[in-house]
Design a protein around this ligand. Structure first.
Ligand code: ADP
Length: 317
């Protein structure tokens, strides 16, 4: 006998299995082997079994024998728990730890290498010393940005932010002006001009500091991936139910194959180039989280050689 939930796992109806053996009803050799083991053991047996129907799911399966009052065996009861999501989360966490370690190791190896060279072979030429110190500074800055980004992410993800306390009705325009000001120096350094287009009269529920951080991340990317002397547009539009904040650049654009994964942590189109530009691969993951925290979402449209537009949509009330 199987109950409705178990029948659903195997795409069956509960009454289809009555009067039939297990192997006639369910073609899963791991499960058949498991049931054989459960029937022949005295205690509880446990195992993980993969079931493939339309997709692949992982079940933690417990089995124990049933006996009547005279201790005659009646069979076994098998309980299956779907642990697919749990296993996925464990894998994501393992990948994350390994990515973070890798990202930290790259700049640290470099800092160590240059410091050791300075100690061992102290170059005579002050210019050479200066060059080494600048390389060390660059990698130290990269470490510090990475740790800042990780802290922002973990702060947002921990759920230690109480959304209702955190967001309240406020104007969008001042957030945009401050985001542009915060990016002024990097835009100047690359000779890129930023322009705010439109204004918003809505008062959505928002957290100014977090929304500013999201816009700064988008502007920072747009500036980094623009050609020198390029223009970056920050556009805001209101509709009855949504405020849209878009950042458009006229840079190199992104190949469509990368777009679905762009907002994943540490996903980068060109790792070496991102590092060279001081990127951490976390910027867009932070933008996505912040948009979601506001009850909104983020989208990207891009065309190679034409440029990219990243848009944050947040509910207008
Ligand atoms: P990073 O710190 O590397 O910029 P992000 O999470 O901000 O990390 O972005 C992930 C990747 O998306 C970048 O490495 C880059 O390849 C691509 N990307 C982001 N914004 C743009 C853009 N405006 N133009 C082209 N590519 C971009």
């Amino acid at each position: 006998m199987i109950n409705d939930s178990a029948a659903a796992i195997f795409n069956l109806q509960p009454d289809q299995v009555l009067g039939r053996t297990l192997s006639e009803s369910i073609r899963n050799s791991a499960l058949q082997e498991f049931v054989r083991k459960a029937l022949s053991s005295t205690g509880v047996v446990e195992e993980e079994i993969i079931v493939r129907t339309s997709d692949e799911r992982v079940y933690q399966v417990h089995g124990s024998t049933l006996a009547d009052t005279t201790n005659d065996g009646l069979g076994a009861v098998i309980v299956m728990n779907d642990v697919t999501r749990l296993r996925q989360l464990e894998r994501i966490r393992r990948d994350f730890v390994s990515n973070v370690s890798h990202e930290l190791r790259t700049p640290i190896t470099s800092v160590k290498g240059f410091v050791e060279t300075l100690i061992d072979t102290a170059p005579e030429d002050p210019e050479e010393v200066n060059r080494f110190l600048h390389i060390i500074e660059k990698h130290a800055n990269q470490l510090s940005t990475l740790i800042d980004d990780l802290l922002v992410l973990s702060h947002i993800e921990q759920g230690d932010l109480n959304i209702d306390e955190l967001i309240e009705k406020g104007a969008v325009d001042p957030v945009l002006v401050e985001a542009v000001e915060a990016c002024d120096h990097i835009a100047d350094a690359r000779g890129v001009r930023m322009k705010i287009i439109g204004n918003s009269s809505s008062e959505p529920r928002l957290n100014p500091a977090l929304l500013q951080q999201a816009v700064v991340n988008l502007l920072g990317n747009a500036i980094k991936y623009s050609e020198p002397e390029g223009i970056v547009e920050l556009t805001v539009t209101d509709t009855d139910d949504t405020v849209t904040i878009s950042v458009t650049d006229h840079g190199r654009g992104i190949d469509p194959q990368h777009l679905p994964r762009l907002f994943e942590r540490f996903y980068r189109v060109d790792k070496a180039r991102s590092r060279e530009l001081g990127g951490t691969g976390l910027g867009l993951a932070i933008v996505k989280h912040i948009a979601e925290l506001h009850g909104g979402r983020v989208e990207v449209q891009s065309q190679i050689g034409v440029g990219s537009t990243f848009s944050i949509y947040i509910p207008a009330q």
